[in-house]
Design a protein around this ligand. Structure first.
Ligand code: NAD
Ligand code: GLY
Length: 368
């Protein structure tokens, strides 16, 4: 297995950076990726990832920095909050870290989003590097500079756009990922098909078994293609003035499920999977895609081990609760919910839809 698979560049002028896709972190050091210079490094990780993968990263970092500190956060989406974020600031201040300290986010999207936000705010901004260890983080959250924590009333509501200096995707870290988490990552992988690349969707239909078996060549292809698509979108619309919203296909419904059930009950990718079916079904009812396409999407999500029916988040008024939560979505404008819908397979649009139709979709798509 080669140590180096590919490199994808995120083109953002003086804030451009590379995503290095590696077979193993130990294969680095051949000039593929250099750690940003700094007075010290602070590795931010959690209590699940630290015992599994911190050692390899520390070994790589130690020759490059005078000091390498580690802060270990409690694991889980339920800890993506102010209190946990403060643990990073506490550690930075306790170690006397200055503004030349480089933060390293070692973990999934939760660690990545929180470390990025900490890097954006500590001393008004310090450099940071993403070392994503979940499939979801390697194909999506570590790339593009969205950083955030959750608020009890809404997902990812407090945050900043702040780009990393480098992203290191070590495919070997995925060997330890639980099956359910791999599937959750596949939701964000599959997302890129309907919104941008149906040839990639067809490739996934052909190679789903190899991907779920964690075949490294298949995973390298997946991470590379997803990062290429994301680079193309983020390069054109870094701060989501328009186009970038298409990356949120399935997320409007998905975030409502995550917030409605309580963070961590369903994984982010599970909400996105069921949310994509709901968004595709809404598109179908608006005459934008046909039933055959919705079935094809549902079938691939099921083969990826993902839910294809939405969760019931309120026993008395399920659709009403969805609508209430979706009005807090960041794409909403003056209380009007804006959905990422499909104008056809491989083409996404952002638009509003009548509440009555959205209610019908929720009633038709939710389990129970
Ligand atoms: P996560 O960070 O909670 O990781 C999932 C679980 O896997 C955790 O328990 C984690 O400790 C564990 N884990 C991580 N790496 C592991 C490994 N190699 N081996 C074993 N266990 C490992 O969840 P996630 O799915 O990576 O990320 C979801 C988060 O990402 C959500 O908060 C979501 O909002 C955010 N997100 C952000 C963006 C963005 O653009 N910033 C995009 C998509 C999702
Ligand atoms: N994951 C959505 C985005 O990066 O815009």
């Amino acid at each position: 297995m080669p140590d180096f698979h590919a490199s994808v560049r995120i083109p953002l002028h003086d804030r451009s950076y590379d995503i290095a896709i590696l077979g193993a972190l130990s294969g680095i050091g051949t000039g593929i990726a250099a750690p940003p210079p700094g007075s010290a490094a602070m590795v931010v990780t959690n209590d699940v990832v630290q015992p599994l993968h911190a050692h390899a990263l520390l070994q790589w970092l130690q020759p490059h920095y005078r000091q390498v500190h580690v802060v270990v956060l409690p694991d889980g989406e339920a800890h993506k909050d102010w209190q946990t974020l403060n643990l990073i600031f506490d550690a930075l201040l306790t170690h006397g870290c200055d503004r030349k300290t480089v933060l390293y986010a070692l973990g999934g999207g939760v660690v990545g989003d929180m470390t990025g936000f900490a890097a954006a705010s500590y001393m008004r901004g310090v450099p940071f590097v993403q070392v994503p260890t979940t499939l979801l983080a390697q194909v999506d959250s570590s790339v593009g500079g969205k950083t955030a924590i959750n608020h009890p009333q809404g997902k990812n509501m407090i945050g900043a756009f702040y780009q990393p200096r480098l992203v290191l995707c070590d495919l070997s870290t995925l060997d330890t990922l639980p099956e359910r988490e791999l599937s959750a990552g596949l939701a964000e992988v599959i997302k890129y098909g309907p919104i941008a690349d149906m040839a990639f969707f067809a490739w996934l239909e052909e190679h789903m078994e190899a991907v779920r078996a964690r075949d490294k060549a298949a995973l390298a292809q997946v991470v590379r293609r997803c990062c290429e698509i994301k680079a193309e979108v983020v390069g054109q619309d870094e701060r989501e003035a328009g186009l970038r919203a298409i990356l949120n296909f399935g997320h409007t419904f998905g975030h409502a499920m995550e917030t409605g059930m309580g963070y961590g009950v369903w994984l982010h990718g599970e909400g996105v999977a069921a949310g994509m079916v709901m968004a595709a079904e809404l598109s179908r009812r608006l005459g934008m895609v046909d039933e055959r396409f919705v079935q094809r999407l549902r079938a691939l999500l099921a083969r990826a081990g993902l839910p294809t029916r939405g969760a019931v988040i309120d026993r008395h008024d399920n659709a009403g609760r969805y609508l209430e939560l979706m009005r807090v979505d960041k794409k909403a404008e003056a209380g009007e919910i804006r959905f990422v819908l499909l104008a056809g397979p491989g083409k996404a649009v952002v638009r509003a839809a009548p509440d009555a139709l959205v209610r019908e979709v929720i009633d038709a798509c939710c389990a129970g």
